[in-house]
Design a protein around this ligand. Sequence first.
Ligand code: ATP
Ligand code: MG
Length: 410
Amino acid sequence: MKLSNSFVKTLRDAPKDETAKSAQFLIRAGFVHKELAGVYDFLPLGLRTLKKIEQIIREEMNKLGASEVQMSALQNPRLWEKTERWSNQKVDIWFKTALSAGGELGLAPTHEEPITEMMKTYIKSYKDLPVSVYQFQTKFRNELRAKSGIMRTREFLMKDLYSFSPDEETHNQFYHKVEQAYKTIYERVGLGDCTYQTFASGGIFSKFSHEFQTLIPVGEDTVYYNADKSIVLNEEVVLPEVLDELGIKKEELKSEQAAEVGNIFTLKYKYSEPLDLKFNDSEGEQKTVFMGCYGIGVSRVMGVIAEKFADDKGLVWPESVAPYKYYLAPIGEQANKIAAELEAAHPEDILLDDRNNRPGEKFADAELMGIPYRVVISDKTLAENKAEIKNRKSGETKLLTLDELKGILK
Ligand code: ATP
Ligand code: MG
């Protein structure tokens, strides 16, 4: 893409009230725009990164055999009354809105109720099971405190997957596959080394649910972990009986701040029972569907990656989620011509800085945006028929011949 004719704008300053490093850089580098506390717009570069994270998750969901849908954000109060989740006392993050014809609707904070209701139309017999369905969908939550930029917002993108099984055993097999898929996802987006599957409370069936927590100082959760035993516990489950069961002592655990980037949950009959999602088994007997739900905060993951890897100059994206892989900065007449040809051949990988700026400004923007490789072609490098390539993460610089550069781009 050419910077000269695109809507990509970097800013000198970030809003004063934005404290997280990731939020300051995401705004200054032109990835997001802040509308209100906890309400952000995704700009061209930010949208590309968000979509790359989304695509990685989609590929892993499809490998599980799950089918993608997109459900409505507008919620019918009747369903949520049946599960006792409509009242503001029970669920304190609702955004509710009035219908002009009278009555109320909610803006979905999650989708267990509507998807359970929807599946009643399609699940009738054991032959319809197991089935799993996922979506990338905007959730609304009236969070008391929006903070840490796009890591905690009032409107955010979630991937939510729901599984419907005929029995516990079938469910457990799928649940285990999801655990593996989540590990792969965090590895692919660059968070593999610092993300752990933790034991969390709220497991209805198995006592625990599982969360995926990325160790990061701005994280809002405290986790306790023992690297040797690969045990990570959320704060709320560090209780004598739990420690006994896991065969570990409190002194063997170290505490650290972490951000929840996903969770997986055995729901059992929590929603299928009150919403009456049943099927006929092979003997013709009516049974209740066994459910699971599995979330990933897609936009939070983007914020966590930004926060985790940023340095004092700006963002540092892992290649897999960078909006572009190369920032191409030509200097001089002949370099401009060569750069334009390279960009035309690889528009998805190259962000061509063809603006009429000083080289220093181009280099500062390349660093601020966190594009993995900066390629400079100038009269000086061209004298040797070469280009200079700089690794954003390591700072390492190399000279490549133009043929070598073309080879890499292929
Ligand atoms: P938290 O404890 O951080 O509020 P949660 O337990 O309420 O999270 P879930 O309801 O399980 O979160 O939602 C699934 C995923 O959505 C979470 O793992 C997290 O990554 C993401 N998420 C939750 N709330 C927010 C938010 N306000 N902004 C951005 N992402 C969020
Ligand atoms: Mg929450």
